[in-house]
Write a protein that binds this ligand. Structure first.
Ligand code: FAQ
Length: 311
């Protein structure tokens, strides 16, 4: 049974009227948004690490400048998203603490290593490609601040995807060794990219309620299917092979049949056992500790200014 407030809330959601920070909302709606937006913000921040690792080793000055700009965009995305989460009554410090203590998640994909330059192409092409597939519908999510953050983020994310595809194109059209590197990067990033959409619909605990609240617009499997359908022709154009023997066009459904990722690997990565979980979390903990003097300095300065005003 829904209370009158809940009925009025659901009517607004059903009528596609945005929910704003001061509006009444069910506790579960607020909690789910804090979880999803917070995890999304953490993903942008942790997501800087695999690529940041390659800024100093980019093959040309132009590639270095482009990658630097992309990684800076990710920092910006993290900040808009933390701000959106803060409108729900949680502080940035609380979210950071939850990330650093391992209470909050970030996307599984960032627990895989970037071993060589082709991986930076694969991250842009596949990881940003999957991110956009998920984020374009989120522009219509029911919570106003999240929706507005998504509109801006999607514009930048499409540039990110193109820069990744451009690297892949160069590698795939390069020497036989370069083409081999591109294929190897695709082989390693394909299934982890499919995992980004979350578990199968049958295993997705939050989807039904999140879709009723229009926090999510599509199910995990719907978006995964769209991603495969969009990406396979791109791989063909590159002359690369998607590492899936079961991949086959299905005329009837108007999409590809494909193999599911190894879900036991996915759940294992979520538990902290992926190849880079420790490295990623340690990098964030160290960054937080190394920045203590900046926070102390800012606080001391603010206190001095406040004291001067009183005097
Ligand atoms: N990784 O019931 P569901 C980017 C968890 S893009 C880790 O289906 P939900 C851009 C889930 O939290 C990446 N955990 O959950 C970039 C839940 O656990 P909990 C970020 C995952 O929320 C590119 C449990 O599994 N994008 O950063 C994952 O309804 C390149 C059950 O799952 C977003 O976050 C996963 N892949 O659906 C940056 C998009 N999947 O919390 C740098 C917004 C599921 O109960 C470089 N988020 N889990 O303990 C969403 O759309 C949703 O949260 C889903 C998951 C679709 C990810």
């Amino acid at each position: 049974d829904m209370s009158p407030e809940e009925v009025a809330f659901q009517d607004k959601v059903d009528a596609d009227i945005k929910i704003e920070p001061r509006d009444w909302m069910p506790d579960g709606y607020r909690k789910t948004l804090i979880r999803q937006i917070g995890q999304h913000a953490h993903s942008e921040i942790v997501g800087q690490l695999p690529e940041g690792n390659w800024i100093a080793r980019a093959p040309t000055l132009e590639r270095k400048m482009i990658l630097l700009a992309k990684v800076q965009d990710e920092a910006g995305h993290g900040l808009y998203l933390y701000s959106a989460a803060e409108t729900l009554g949680v502080t940035r410090d609380e979210l950071t603490e939850a990330l650093l203590s391992g209470k909050m998640k970030y996307s599984s994909i960032f627990n895989y290593p970037t071993l060589n330059w082709a991986d930076i192409g694969a991250v842009g092409w596949l990881v940003d490609g999957a991110a956009i597939m998920n984020q374009v519908p989120l522009q219509r999510t029911s919570y106003g601040p999240y929706s507005r953050a998504m509109i801006r983020i999607c514009k930048e994310e499409s540039f990110h995807q193109r820069q990744g595809y451009d690297i892949m194109m160069k590698m795939a059209q390069g020497t036989p060794e370069q083409k081999k590197m591109a294929q190897d990067a695709l082989n390693r990033f394909w299934y982890p990219s499919l995992m980004m959409f979350g578990p199968s619909d049958a295993e997705s605990v939050h989807s039904a309620q999140s879709m009723a609240w229009k926090i999510k617009i599509n199910t995990n499997d719907e978006l995964r299917q769209k991603f495969v359908d969009q990406t396979v022709p791109q791989a063909e154009y590159l002359g690369l092979t998607v590492p899936d023997e079961n991949l086959k066009w299905n005329e009837e459904k108007g999409g590809y049949d494909f193999s599911e990722p190894d879900w036991s690997e996915f759940f294992d990565v979520l538990k902290g056992n992926g190849p880079c979980n420790n490295d990623r979390l340690n990098a964030r903990v160290n960054a937080w500790e190394d920045g203590q003097w900046v926070r102390d300095g800012l606080l001391a300065h603010a206190e001095k200014k406040a004291a001067r005003k009183v005097a």
